[in-house]
Design a protein around this ligand. Sequence first.
Ligand code: ATP
Ligand code: MG
Length: 325
Amino acid sequence: MTADPQIPLLSVRDLKVHFPIHRGVLQRQVGTVRAVDGVSFDLGRNETLGLVGESGCGKSTTGLALTGLVPPTEGTVMFDGKRVGSESGVDLQTYRRRMQIVFQDPYSSLNPRQRVSDILRVPLDIHGIGTRAERPQMVLDMMERVGLRPDQARNYPHQFSGGQRQRIGIARALMLNPDVIVCDEPVSALDVSVQAQILNLLRDLQAELGVAFLFISHDLGVVEHIARKVAVMYLGKIVEMADRRTLFANPVHPYTERLLGSMPSLDPRKRHSFEVASDDIPSATSIPSGCAFRTRCPLATAVCAKEVPPATERAPGHVVACHNR
Ligand SMILES: Nc1ncnc2c1ncn2[C@@H]1O[C@H](COP(=O)(O)OP(=O)(O)OP(=O)(O)O)[C@@H](O)[C@H]1O
Ligand SMILES: [Mg+2]
């Protein structure tokens, strides 16, 4: 690792993930889902970038593409200053080892027939980390680090609570000592009281290990709690990105304003997701021309239907894509 603080750990430019829609016996392509449609951001070492937006805007697909679980259609990813997948850059195997993912539902993402000790050992086996004799101890050390008891190592996932299962998911992601973990709604399936424990665990692990998080969430309260920077996504694009304080205190994009306006309460017991909009949300199969948000935007003018608003930097680190703001 070059560890040059000037070079972001992860640099994503114009990432696109399009899925073809096939119909009929001939499986002709009748359309395209533009799930991710030109996403760009930088993620620094030890940093947490929150990625927020309504259901279906492409958050998970972004995370999956970045961890190599779905193939990107277009775009470049630089890791540690080197292009991923190019001959002179970072090879995919190294990259995938350094980028891990934690999913929303720890139950369906853990093999129910594997004991925890095996779930955590498999990544070490696959990547040949440690000797056979060392691996069991490495597993126990990691269990302890995420707050699981070593005597639970021979248990199966169903023998754990939801919060404990998410600790297993986090431990699994950490086994290969990654530089980045994509956390895709890691606390959304958990009880509110348990959410705080898991968020605190993630924060402690970050301080201890220096790992960076791309933290995907519906819940602005959760993002406000954990992220240093926040990116707001709408139909496949980032419409606004800023440090957390700026974004929550001085949102510029009308969509961000709308999300914040519909953020019910910071009190975790009263918190809901922000999807309270009752108007029609266009889908990723028929994204409006120009600015995708224009059909719901109170400020929309003629130019919004014609031209995609470029993302411009309004203040250092504060990027907004809007014609009229
Ligand atoms: N494998 C796929 N094939 C076709 N379309 C897909 C596929 N995966 C996702 N999509 C579509 O891409 C869009 C973005 O989906 P994605 O799961 O990334 O959204 P999301 O922001 O994570 O939503 P949520 O908050 O509900 O998890 C959606 O319209 C979804 O239906
Ligand atoms: Mg998702």
